[in-house]
Design a protein. Structure first.
Length: 159
């Protein structure tokens, strides 16, 4: 298996999502909308409204596996950005291959978004919210990483 998506475990779900009113069955794995789509649509496992100038942290319920020289980049769906001016807070979500199954959170992908527009964005369970695309990357000839292994989740590589 080279790359793909899995649900987080029910144990991780109970830690991260159960208290938000999510159901494990509502976690949908990302899918491409068409044969020639480059991005995999991520679905919201919870319903919410995001008013102008509000921010929300959305659990996807998904973890991503890929080859060592790959990454997955997350972008808002075109319609979300165009119609509502809703953006991902870190501009582009960048998921490294060693984020998968890290000891902090199994590699559970969370998506933090802010409504910078003037219209309320209403999302129902199962609506598509962002899209992710796999990319290969290159490293320098004299590459010497600071650490060999990831030991945690978001921000852990700077510790």
């Amino acid at each position: 298996m080279a790359r793909g998506f899995k649900r987080i475990s029910e144990e991780q779900f109970n830690i991260d999502m159960k208290q938000m009113g999510c159901l494990y069955e509502d976690i949908k794995l990302p899918r491409r909308a068409t044969k020639k789509s480059s991005g995999y649509d991520f679905y919201s496992p919870l319903g919410f409204t995001l008013n102008p100038n509000e921010t929300i942290k959305i659990p996807s319920g998904v973890k991503i596996y890929m080859l060592d020289n790959e990454e997955l980049l997350l972008f808002p769906r075109s319609s979300v950005g165009f119609k509502y001016r809703v953006k991902i807070d870190n501009t582009i979500g960048k998921i490294d291959s060693d984020y998968y199954n890290n000891e902090d959170n199994e590699g559970h992908v969370w998506i933090k978004m802010t409504n910078e527009g003037n219209k309320t964005w209403a999302v129902e369970v199962g609506d598509r919210i962002v899209q992710g695309t796999f990319y290969n990357y290159l490293i320098a000839d004299d590459d010497c990483p600071i650490s060999e292994d990831r030991v945690g989740g978001i921000g852990s590589s700077s510790k």
